[in-house]
Structure formats: structure tokens, C-alpha cells
Design a protein around this ligand. Structure first.
Ligand code: GTP
Length: 179
């Protein structure tokens, strides 16, 4: 089975928010990127999660990525901070808070309760990346594609793909990425 990804790079700035809704409201997956050399971009993730809760599909696949990990000298957001945010954010987007948003109207779930509780237990899948060196970039898209494929096939004979385990196992640079 082939998975075709159509990827939109939406504008991050606040002033484009109303425009970007149109791009991600029907998206199957969202990669939330912040810049590890820019604290404001990290702080902004919470606002994006609120937006996603309101406008995105209830079963959207989410991943948190801390980019520019090659810029070690300029780093201001620690890897642990990214991990912590990913952990707590799973509860935000997977929790009861979603019931007020567009997500509730979009039920029934494709992901269902099992997926939601996995999100709450493990948080969002998280990795640090570099668009400059390419570290973990392919992996992020491969992980998303594998997760989406698994959701479509639902073949009981196929081994179950676990996004969190895959990202943890395959992600590179854990030791090198600390400031
Ligand atoms: N060192 C380094 N620079 C990067 C990396 N990714 C992007 N950049 C640089 O960061 C700057 C901003 O990159 P963009 O891709 O325009 O960032 P963006 O978040 O899409 O910006 P908006 O579209 O305005 O939201 C550019 O100068 C890029 O070359 C990276 O992984 N490492």
C-alpha cells in the first residue's frame, strides 16, 4: 500500500491564523514545529494546540518537533523542555477539553478511545530535528505515514504500529542535542 503525502507549510505568524485554519481543518496529520533557538516559538505551541483543539479533526495525528537542533550555540529551549511540553500536551488535545470544539462534531472517531488514552498516557510524539542537516526529518514524515497507513488498513494480521515506540526507537541525536 502506498501513502501519498500532500504537505502544506503554513505560516506561523499570528496574523495569518485565520488563513491557516483552512489548511489544517481537514488534515490527517499535523507537525507542530518550534525553533529551539527561539523561545517565543516554543511558547507559541500552546496557542497552536488550542487552535488545533478547536479546528482540527478530532483524530488528527500530531507530532511535536523542535527544529534547528544543529544550532547548538544558539539553543535556548532544552530538549527536556520539549519533552515536557509533549508530555503535558497529550492531555490537552486528547482530553475532555476537546468536547467543546469542532472535533466533537466530527465524531465518530477513527482513532477512538484507545488512541486518545495513548495520547494522554504518553503525550505527543516528540523529536528534535534539523532542516539544515536533515536529522530526524525523514523519520518524522515516515512515522506519520506509517501511522496513517495503519489507521487505514486495520488489518488484524499486520503487526500493530506504535508511533511513540517508533519515534523513540528510531530518533537520532538524543545524546548530542543537549545544550
Ligand atoms: N540552522 C538552521 N536554520 C534553519 C533550519 N530550518 C530553517 N532554518 C532557517 O530559518 C529561517 C526561517 O525558516 P523558515 O522555513 O522560513 O521558517 P518558518 O517557520 O516556515 O517561517 P514562517 O513561514 O514565517 O512561519 C531560514 O533562514 C531558514 O534557512 C534548521 O534546521 N537549522
Amino acid at each position: 500500500m502506498k501513502v501519498k503525502l500532500q504537505i502544506w507549510d503554513t505560516a506561523g505568524q499570528e496574523r495569518f491564523r485565520s488563513v491557516t485554519h483552512a489548511y489544517y481543518r481537514d488534515a490527517h496529520a499535523l507537525l507542530l514545529l518550534y525553533d529551539v533557538t527561539n523561545k517565543a516559538s516554543f511558547d507559541n505551541i500552546q496557542a497552536w494546540l488550542t487552535e488545533i483543539q478547536e479546528y482540527a479533526q478530532h483524530d488528527v495525528v500530531l507530532m511535536l518537533l523542535g527544529n534547528k537542533v544543529d544550532s547548538a550555540q544558539e539553543r535556548v529551549v532544552r530538549r527536556e523542555d520539549g519533552e515536557k511540553l509533549a508530555k503535558v500536551s497529550g492531555g490537552t488535545v486528547g482530553g475532555a477539553g476537546r468536547l467543546g470544539g469542532r472535533a466533537a462534531a466530527a465524531a465518530p472517531a477513527r482513532l477512538g478511545a484507545a488512541g486518545t488514552s495513548r495520547l494522554q498516557e504518553y503525550g505527543l510524539p516528540f523529536m528534535e530535528t534539523s532542516a539544515k542537516t536533515g536529522i530526524n526529518v525523514d523519520l518524522a514524515f515516515t512515522a506519520i505515514a506509517k501511522e496513517l497507513k495503519q489507521r487505514c488498513t486495520k488489518c488484524p494480521s499486520e503487526p500493530c504500529f506504535r508511533l511513540h515506540d517508533y519515534v523513540k526507537r528510531e530518533g537520532r541525536g538524543a545524546a548530542c542535542c543537549h545544550p
